[in-house]
Structure formats: C-alpha cells, structure tokens
Design a binder for this molecule. Structure first.
Ligand code: KG4
Ligand code: ZN
Length: 337
C-alpha cells in the first residue's frame, strides 16, 4: 500500500511517500524560515501564499524521489488540523484535488497524533501503552498512549508551548527566528555558569505546565542589566532558560511515568530535537528504569512522513474523509470527528 502524505499546517510545506505503513520511500520539506525571518515569527498570510507556490513542486518531488507515479498511489493523507487555517486549507484542497483526479481515497489526519505516530517510522518502534511528551511550537502536552488512537491527557501547558517559549526568548534577545535550534546550539557550546531561572509549578497541584512566567523572568533579567547584554551574558541567559524548560519537562515526564507505571517514554515534536532535553530525559529515564524513544530529528520537526504513516494506518482500517471535509484549526489530540 503506497500513501502520499501532505503537511502544510504551519510554515513547512511537506510531502512524503510511505509504503506499507512503515517504509519511508521519500520525504521532502520546504521550510519557509526565510519568508518569516524578517518578522521574527510566522505571518499566517505569507505562510498560506508560500504553501500555494511550493506545494505542487514538493508533491512532484516526493513522488519522483520515491520512484513512483501518481497511478501507483493507493491513497492520500493530509494534515487537517490543528494549525493555521489558511495553511491547512492549501493542503486539504491539494489532497482533495489529487484524490478526485486519481480516484483515490483520502483522509484528513490530526497533526498532534502524527507527531506521536512518527516513531512508527523508526526501528524498533515501541508498541503502546506508552507515556508521551509532545513538545512543539504550538503544543506541549504529556499523555498516556493507551493504544494508537486512544490518548489520555495527563498535563498540558496553560499558556505558551515550549517551542513558542524558545522562539519568544530568542526574539527578545535579538536572536534570529526560529529561536529553538539557535538556543540549543548556543547552550551546547557554553562553558560558563547559566543564569538560574525559576521553574513554575501549578499552585492548584495540577501537573499542568506554564512557560510564560519563565519568559517574563528572562525579560526582567535582561531589563535589570541596564545595558545591552554581551555575547557571554546572552549565552548564560539562554543556557539558564533552556535548563529551566528542560527541568520542567523532565519532571513532568518522570511524574507521568511514575504515576502510570509506564516504563517506555516517547518524546516527539520539534523541541524533541533539543540536545539538552534528549540527554536529560535519557539520564532521568535510566535512573527511573524508563526507556526513552525519540524519532530522528527530521521526523521530530514538521514533516509529511508522519502524516503519511498515520494515514496509512487509518486508511487501512477503513477510515475515509468525504468531499465536505473542512480544516480543524483547533483539533485536540484524541478527539474523533
Ligand atoms: O513540531 P514543529 O516543527 O512545529 C509545530 O508543530 O509547532 O516545532 C517547531 C518548534 C519551534 O518552536 C522551534 O523553535 C522548536 O520546535 N525547535 C527547537 C529545536 N528545534 C526546533 N526547540 C529547541 N531546540 C531545538 N533543537
Ligand atoms: Zn508540528
């Protein structure tokens, strides 16, 4: 079974071909970083326009890299939400157009579920039940994956997503967009003492997370310097910020494992590329007898391979979308249509 995946939920235009649910034949991602860099964040209208320009050639390249012709496809999977309305619309219309022209079944899939399901493209792929930490630019949540398709949310962020916090802190320090990868590499090469920032815990005892207070603490720290921070001071700030985010995420993930008794932890989403987070979870996990599973970095950031993989599973189970399928910009993990 050969499935084409299409992903345009935010600022990456992506297409991929997956065979038999787990074999990745091709994956192409065109990142719009340069389109948005001057604005320090994603501009939705520019994102939709860039998707319209790029999606045709990206789909063609995914097919040719996979050595397959449109007639070889058995179905099409597309991200239906959550994401930016205009960006999602481009993807679902292309998917519908291709499905109509090629007389193929198609399915709109959940982007958050796709992030978690990306691990299926790795070998060995852990089987649920799993504990999961999903950290991206738009979402941050801890969940129990009882089985694929069945998710119990344990905690969520009450304000900014972890990736969003990385990007905002980078912006306030004048670092280029997207801030996450830049803060990661600055921290990795920093030898000095990181600034110590507070780790937020919910007053009501909930396991939920919050990153906006940390972001404000960074802002106050910078203001208190009175002069523009030096390169060395910026490094100490970003290293301290990353340390605080990592510590909050590791505490949350380990609490989830402890409370559920789960011994396998899945880390997914763009922030899962962060080297500090990966190694801290690895260490905390091994102390607690928890095995960590993280997809390769290209499967953590937005891509269509995960969309095609999840679509393969669901199309094989008989799920189909109909022509009136619309985008679901706020589609929660685990919510069925
Ligand atoms: O999953 P993703 O590609 O898109 C969404 O679905 O949101 O995640 C993008 C987010 C951005 O906020 C980016 O700064 C962050 O992931 N990110 C990182 C790293 N690589 C990407 N954050 C920290 N460290 C990284 N190495
Ligand atoms: Zn994503």
């Amino acid at each position: 079974m050969m499935i084409l995946g299409i992903e345009t939920s935010c600022d990456e235009t992506a297409a991929a071909v997956v065979r038999d649910g787990r074999t990745l034949l091709s994956h192409v991602v065109w990142s719009q970083v340069e389109t948005h860099a001057a604005f320090g964040g994603v501009v939705p209208e520019l994102a939709s326009r860039a998707h319209i320009e790029k999606i045709g050639p990206i789909v063609e390249k995914a097919l040719s890299d996979a050595g397959c012709l449109p007639k070889d496809l058995d179905g099409i999977a597309v991200t239906r939400g959550p994401g930016l309305v205009g960006s999602l619309l481009v993807g679902i219309h292309v998917a519908k157009g291709l499905a109509a022209g090629l007389e193929l079944p198609f399915l709109g899939v959940n982007h958050l579920e796709s992030h978690l399901y990306s691990i299926v493209l790795e070998d060995p792929a852990p089987q649920p039940p799993l504990a999961a930490l999903l950290v991206s630019g738009g979402h941050t949540l801890l969940a129990r994956v009882s089985q694929w398709g069945e998710y119990e949310i344990f905690a969520e962020t009450r304000d900014d997503a972890a990736g969003e916090a990385f990007d905002k802190v980078a912006k306030l320090l004048g670092l280029p967009y997207p801030g996450g990868p830049r803060i990661d590499s600055m921290t990795a090469s920093f030898q000095g003492e990181p600034v110590v920032f507070p780790r937020a815990r919910m007053k009501d005892g909930s396991a939920d997370l919050s990153f906006s207070g940390l972001k404000t603490a960074v802002l106050y720290h910078v203001k208190a310097l009175r002069e523009d921070p030096t390169e060395e001071q910026i490094q100490a700030i970003v290293a301290g910020f990353q340390q605080a985010v990592v510590s909050m995420l590791v505490t949350g993930a380990m609490d989830l494992c402890e409370q559920t008794g789960l011994k396998r932890l899945l880390l997914a989403g763009g922030v899962a590329c962060n080297r500090g987070l990966r190694s801290a979870l690895q260490q905390a996990g091994s102390r607690q007898g928890v095995e960590l599973f993280v997809p390769r970095p290209f499967l953590c950031t937005d891509n269509a391979a995960m969309t095609a993989a999840l679509g393969s599973r669901l199309l094989r189970e008989g799920m189909r979308s109909t022509w009136d399928m619309d985008v679901e910009p706020n589609w929660a993990l685990g919510d069925r249509e």
